[in-house]
Design a protein around this ligand. Structure first.
Ligand SMILES: [Mn+2]
Length: 332
């Protein structure tokens, strides 16, 4: 009975703030009383909790190696690594990454906001071919390191230069055509490509979960999935729950961060409700926090960080507190 009340509330009013409609203790009782729901939760949820190593860096392309041990000590399961400079490392570097990650039991995932020279959607065919040679070089290296996914605006480039205008319909068509080809190349190395929806100030092809699901459906390859990021969703989505349930089994990875890109913490974002939506879709992917809190360097410039949002000496403690908080909100 309570389970059906709970289901109906969620079905007919998915975007109500349930915390407002029901006092939190009643809401928790409803969840705890619905045995099936709890059972499904305990058996179905195997999310991995990670962090992007640029949290500690002000330049892209830094060495991820020392962060593997560090994030293990801070309580994470996974480290997300920037892959944009993998063409500059020789193969021994990737063997070392794999050995270190296996030694500490830390999974690795890949991220890349492609530079303009790696834009598979460019109208210049030389740039498209350059992008393919880049990916042809880094995919085997990712496989050597044990990295099974690459997420970001890999359907386009980043940060977008909007000054000369954009042709969204034509670029979408080119992007879908070339992504099919890139997906086949990635599949040879057992790599999944996660298409990250970005806010309007950083991208134009995919801003919402709806657009990203449609794109992934059009590409129609098993190893091309949806990636959402709460920082971008906070700007573009009407409803966190709808965006997550719409993505459903196509959701490959979720980036998590506060509206100002600090690490998740209580108080501002509806983390409990986001966790419920993830459990509802039986999400088995990676939950990766991507905090950007230090000004300076190319990272600070590309992300538009014009003040320090944390003291550098607090970063480790805050990351450890954040992952503990997220686990408590996302896993019952
Ligand atoms: Mn992101």
């Amino acid at each position: 009975m309570l389970l059906s009340v709970w289901t109906n509330i969620k079905q007919f009013a998915p975007c109500f703030s349930l915390a407002r409609v029901l006092p939190p203790y009643i809401r928790e009782k409803l969840v705890a009383t619905s045995f099936m729901f709890v059972k499904k939760t305990r058996e179905g949820v195997i999310m991995k909790f990670g962090i992007y190593y640029s949290y500690w860096e002000t330049e892209w392309g830094g060495d991820a190696f020392p962060y593997i041990k560090k994030v293990k000590e801070l309580g994470f399961d996974l480290l997300e690594v920037a892959c944009g400079d993998f063409d500059r490392h020789d193969i021994s570097y990737f063997h070392n990454l794999r050995n270190e990650s296996e030694k500490h039991g830390i999974a690795l995932s890949g991220g890349y906001g492609p530079r303009a020279e790696h834009n598979i959607t460019s109208t210049d065919s030389a740039i498209v071919e350059n992008a393919f040679s880049f990916y042809r070089e880094i995919f085997p290296k990712m496989q050597t390191a044990g990295i099974k996914s690459l997420g970001g605006a890999i359907y386009s480039y980043w940060p977008v230069d909007f000054s000369s205008g954009v042709n969204k319909p034509a670029d979408l068509e080119t992007s879908i055509k070339n992504m099919k080809r890139l997906a086949d190349l990635a599949a040879e190395y057992d790599i999944t490509l996660n298409m990250e929806a970005l806010n309007r100030f950083e991208g134009y092809l995919l801003n919402t979960a709806r657009e990203t699901v449609d794109y992934v459906d059009a590409v129609a390859k098993d190893n091309v999935k949806v990636m959402l990021d709460t920082f971008h969703m906070n700007i573009e989505e009407d409803c966190f729950i709808n965006a997550i349930t719409l993505s459903g089994e196509k959701l490959g990875e979720l980036h998590v961060g506060e509206a100002n890109r600090r690490a998740p913490r209580p108080g501002r974002m509806p983390w409990g409700i986001i966790g419920e939506a993830l459990r509802d879709i039986n999400f088995k992917g990676n939950v990766v926090m991507e905090p950007f809190v230090l000004m300076g360097g190319q990272v600070g410039k590309d992300i538009s960080v014009w003040r320090n949002l944390e003291k550098p000496e607090d970063l480790d403690r805050l990351a450890a507190e954040s992952v503990e908080f997220l686990r408590s909100e996302f896993l019952l």
